[in-house]
Every structure is written in C-alpha cells, then in structure tokens.
Write a protein that binds this ligand. Sequence first.
Ligand code: DGT
Ligand code: CA
Ligand code: CA
Ligand code: ZN
Length: 575
Amino acid sequence: MAMENQEIAALFAEMADYHELQGDNPFRVRAYRNAARLIEDMPEPLREGVTRQDDLTELPGIGKELAEKIVEIVQTGKLQALERLRSSLPSCVPDLLALQGLGPRKVKALLDHLQITRLEDLEQAARNGKVRELPGFGAKTEASLLAAIQRRLSTPTRFLRSRVAPLANELMEALKKTGHVQQITVAGSFRRGRDTVGDLDLLAVSDHPSAVMQALVDRSEVAQVLLRGETKTSVRLTMGLQVDLRLVPPESFGAALQYFTGSQAHNIATRRRAQLAGLKQNEYGIFRAEEQIAGATEEEVYQALQLPWIPPELREDRGELALAEQGRLPNLIGPADIRGDLHNHSTWSDGAATLCEMACAARKRGWEYLAITDHSKRLTVANGLDEHRLRLQLEQMEEVRAELEGFSLLSGSEVDILEDGSLDLPDSILRELDVVILSVHSKFNLSREKQTTRILRALDNPYITFLAHPTGRLLLTRDPYEVDMERVLEGIRARGCFVECNLNPHRLDLDDRYLARAKALGVPVVLNCDGHSVTDFQHHDDGIMQARRAGLEAGDVVNTATITELRNRLRATKR
Ligand code: DGT
Ligand code: CA
Ligand code: CA
Ligand code: ZN
C-alpha cells in the first residue's frame, strides 16, 4: 500500500524518540523530529516526488541521510534502521512512549531503574510506590502515570477516521473489481462520522460470495485472517485495523445497513419502537408475525417504524427518535453550505502556500471569501508575525486583492494568549483586522480555574472574533486541557463572539457534544479547516460530519453567510 506522508512522518517521529531514549546526539534527535513535523504538513505526497526521482534534499529540513531514508520507506514500506532500534529495546517501549506525560527521557529512566517488559510491570511498580522514588518523578507523576496506564489498558485501540477513509475506498474499489458486487457500503461508526473508529464495517450484496471474500483476503495490506466464512469475513490489516466484511441478500440490505450502522444504543431504541408496534426488527428486516414488511432499503425500514429516514450522524440515541417522530429532525449542514473559511495560514508564518495561492484555490473551490490568519510572534517555531511584519502583510494583501475580482481576501491574525490572559499583539494592530482569532498554544497544564479565567480574560479584548480549537485536544495523542467549557461558551455568547469547530482531522475541536451545547446556548459556530496548504480545504468535506453529529444547520454556522452578511457579523463582534 502506498505510504502517505503521515505514515512517513510517524516513522521519523519514532526514530527521534528512540534516539533520544538512547541518549544519542541531540542534533540527530532534532533533525528527525523536525523532519517528521515538516513532512506531516507537506501538501504534496512525498511518494510522488520519489517516483519522479526528485532531489528530496531540496525540501526544507531534509538532508542526504533523511532523503535516503524517505526513498527506502516509500520503496520498501519499512525502515531498516528503525527495525534495528526497535528490536534492541523492550517491546513495550512504544506503549510507554504513548502514555500521556511520558517522553523519551522519562521512559529511559524507568527502563534503567525498574524491571519493565510489559505495561503491566509499570502499573505494578507504580502501585508499589517504586516510581516516585526515581529521579525526575514524584508522587504526583506516579499517580497520573498510573491513571494513564489504567486508561490505556481499559480502552481498546482506535484509529483516526481520516486515516481509515482512503483505505475504506481502496478496499471497496478492489472488491468491486471482482465484478461480483451489486452493492457495497461502509457501515458502523465510520458511517456515523465519528472522529475515530474501532474497526471498519463493510456491507455488500454479491452473486458470488466466495470470490469477494477471497479478494479481501488476498489484499496485500492484510496481515491476518481472523474469520473466514461465506457471510462474514474478518481480517486484521498490517496497520492494526480490523475489517469486517458482511454479505447479505438484497432484500435485507437496508435492514443490515441500518443494523450495522448502529449505534447500538440507537438500534436498541428502534427495536423497542418496533416491539411497541407489534413488530419484530433484526438485521434481516422488519417482520409482522413471519412476514417481512421492510428490509431492502433503510428508508423502508424507518418508514415501517412510522419514521422519516434519520441521517447516520444523528444515530446515537441522543433524542433523534423523538425529533424524527415530531417531524423536527434538523436540516443538517453540508459542505455546499460553506461560503468561505476564516482560519488559514500562509508562507508568512508556517503555511506552505502564498497569499495568492491560498486565495485562488479558495475561489476555485467556489468560496466567496478567505481569511488569512497567520500566527503571532510568540509562536517562533511557526515564524509568527509581530506588528511590523503584519503591517507588511496587510500591504501585500492589498496587491493580491487587486487581482481577485469577485472574491474577498480578509485580513486576520491567530493571536496567542499569554499565561495571564493578555494577548501577543497590541490593540493598535488588532483593531485594523477583519478577523482576530484567540488561541491557546501554551500552558496546557494550568488548573481548570486558571485556564478558564485566562481564556475569559483574553475574550475581554474588544477585537476578538472567535476562540479557535477551544479544548486543545489532539485525537489519540493529547487530552483536552482542563477548562470549564460551559463558562467559556457563556462568556463567548455574552461578548457576541463565535466559537470554532476546527476541522483538522487530528483536532475536530469543539467536538460534537460541545457543539450541540454551543447550539443550545445560542453561540454561533464557525467551521474552519485551519489551512496550512491548499489541500487542507478538503478537511471541510469530512470534518463537517462533526457539526452534523451535533445537529447543526446552516443557520447555526457563521461562514455560511454571504460576504455582505459576514462583514456585518464580523463588525458586530467588535465592541
Ligand atoms: P466502533 O467500531 O467501536 O468504532 O463502533 P461501531 O459502532 O462501528 O461498533 P461495531 O463495529 O462493534 O458494530 C457495528 C454496529 O453493529 C454497531 O454500531 C451496532 C451494531 N451492533 C453490533 N453489536 C450489536 C449488539 O450486540 N446489539 C445491537 N443492537 N447492535 C449491535
Ligand atoms: Ca466498527
Ligand atoms: Ca465491527
Ligand atoms: Zn491556525
């Protein structure tokens, strides 16, 4: 399978961790770590450059050694040096590194001083109070480590939806190529648009089941066949993801799709409804006595329950059945409702595209407007702008605007909050911008009370437009910081500002539950891709499912407005 930039970056990040763990040259550690970050943000797939035999050392941060390793990864799918490092360390090291609060240095201390071959060994050591005695650890670290281990041991591995999406498409295409697939679709949490999925559920109708099952088993990305049958086959891929493929008769396709889309809680609710009407519901259909009265399509299934079809994103048993019954299901927002994006970066800070490239690509996408909101000066790793450079950027924007008829390029800044809640740029420049974004990029570990007052204080600035990625979570890698989101949302409403749902697939922040809360409180939401390249605009296509899961409609979202309406709304946020 083709190596994506994200996977190459992950291998380099792992190299950095192992080198650091072994106490190797810090420059080498930093080179790998920087390369990982750069590669992850590269808009173009590196494998294409490798195929064209480009000189990869021309890329920023890539020297000769790294270039050779990229070629090796793309061509072989592996990295020998990494395999050697892996086998020289206990097999639990990746698990240890993945624990929140444990970096390579701490892992090294643990391995040096304690007998650890499995995660459970560390759990035992922490329970026995052995960890707190080590240099660099204390009773508090020990307790949070123990909590992290227990969380890890009790939650099964999940995968980013965005990582699974291209795979799902490739697999379905391959199965269709057998010529024996009449219908095929994804079900499960993937179809419901959850940000992470536990496994991938595929559902198909076939006139030659064994041929289709064989086609799945034969795929090169399959590492293990868990179950092989005519109606269900389960495999585990090399990346660790389990795929369940189920074949059903055409007259049951809708019923099976409804059943395997779930959620389980939603299914239990629909089955109860069927029972109350004297019907029986299962994955084969809806039955009155022995007679099947629905099953071929989902519409038919819901109709038999006296309900309109319910969009999969809403099927979480959070009140959707009652809304459906009352004919009050929301008219969910879709990518076509979006008229522009208010959070983007350019080459002025850490983006990969120029102002002009960003604006043209946005116009080509059919948008009416785009705000460029580069980082502020405190974020030196991202080449953040001070007031002087921001003024120069505003001048360049004027020039770009002259070339862009019928499109509005808006000015802006993503301003860092300092620890005390003051801002990284003075009002003298903020007041001149169309969009001022407030972002927490540091001090994630403040107490709940301090973090909340810090954010609310920053929101007191009269020029703030919205709060970006409000909980700071990174899916599967960083928990949200402690904050009283209810108070923050109320603060945003009181000040007439907006709240962001950041559509980067690693963030999806706010999540569906908080978005639903924002809607209930009447806080306007803005859906942004946080674009660092023109390909990032695509985050809107899948990311919007998070907003749909919250029941958001076009009217709840600021950037569905026309440019004229938008300008009015932006002006109204300034006090
Ligand atoms: P995941 O894979 O953890 O991200 O979440 P799902 O929702 O995809 O769960 P999965 O793959 O275990 O099962 C797919 C769907 O099949 C699930 O959403 C509902 C249905 N399902 C599975 N097991 C049961 C069950 O025991 N009872 C009911 N009512 N439905 C079930
Ligand atoms: Ca699943
Ligand atoms: Ca499954
Ligand atoms: Zn940003």
